[in-house]
Design a protein around this ligand. Structure first.
Ligand SMILES: [Zn+2]
Ligand SMILES: [Zn+2]
Length: 240
């Protein structure tokens, strides 16, 4: 099956890569069409994903939804085939990112103002030896709140909710596979002092508890069980 890994009957993923902070890219296969979760951190990662799908004999996703605005999940958008989808908030934020200049000086200045963080600069410089290759594209379709998709024999529920990681987070729930794709949402907010806000954590944890699922699928690590994730989150330090 090449580089693609299978999670459940209908869900596959291209595994994360630590080196340049590439996230897991998920592929949810319906009878009528398929949905991808996240675009990748560059056109190169998107193409790697498509190559792996090709090797597995799968059609390219008709629709790609991005989980939040961070570069490592969205900078591949320009290379995505088919339609692209995000929350309204993600698109608004990406419009601002489109204005950013990509020189080391401009990146350092954004670190100084807190618009961006050193970890991103470091990984972006590794992923893009030529910074001119960075292209920030906007998703074609946006939504807010909740959205249901019928992929053909497979229901997917997308829900935009503020998370401890980012206010524009989209969660992808596939009830019949008992899968919740969380990507980075249950991490701390790296843009705001690396902390967990108690209110957001409580709200998000209640959301997890309310769903019937087994696989808690992350952005930059292997999937966990729901129980394991809830236990981990119950032990983090947070502030009011
Ligand atoms: Zn993130
Ligand atoms: Zn990420």
């Amino acid at each position: 099956m090449g580089k693609l890994k299978q999670l459940t009957d209908h869900i596959y993923y291209l595994p994360f890569e630590k080196e340049t902070d590439r996230p897991n890219l998920y592929y949810i296969q319906g009878e009528d069409f398929s949905l991808a979760v996240d675009a990748g951190n560059s056109g190169k990662q998107t193409e790697k994903f498509y190559e792996a799908l090709g090797e597995a004999g799968f059609p390219l996703p008709s629709l790609t939804v991005v989980s939040h605005w961070h570069w490592d999940h969205t900078f591949g958008l320009h290379a995505v085939k088919g339609l692209t989808l995000s929350s309204e908030l993600t698109k608004e934020k990406l419009k601002k990112v489109q204005q950013w200049q990509w020189t080391v000086d401009a990146m350092k200045e954004r670190e100084r103002t807190g618009e961006d963080i050193p970890f991103c600069t470091e990984c972006i410089l590794k992923e893009y030896p030529d910074l001119n290759e960075i292209k920030v594209a906007l998703p074609k379709i946006t939504f807010s709140g909740k959205m249901k998709l019928d992929l053909g024999g497979l229901e997917v529920i997308l829900e935009q909710r503020p998370s401890t990681h980012s206010l524009d987070s989209v969660f992808v729930y596939v009830p019949s596979e008992k899968v919740l794709i969380v990507e980075d949402a249950d991490c701390e907010d790296f843009y705001h002092s690396n902390i967990y806000r108690k209110e957001l954590l409580t709200d998000m944890t209640e959301y997890f508890k309310s769903l019937d699922y087994v696989y808690h699928c992350l952005g930059h690590a292997d999937a966990e069980s729901k129980e394991f994730a809830l236990q981990r989150l119950s032990e983090v330090t947070c502030v009011e």
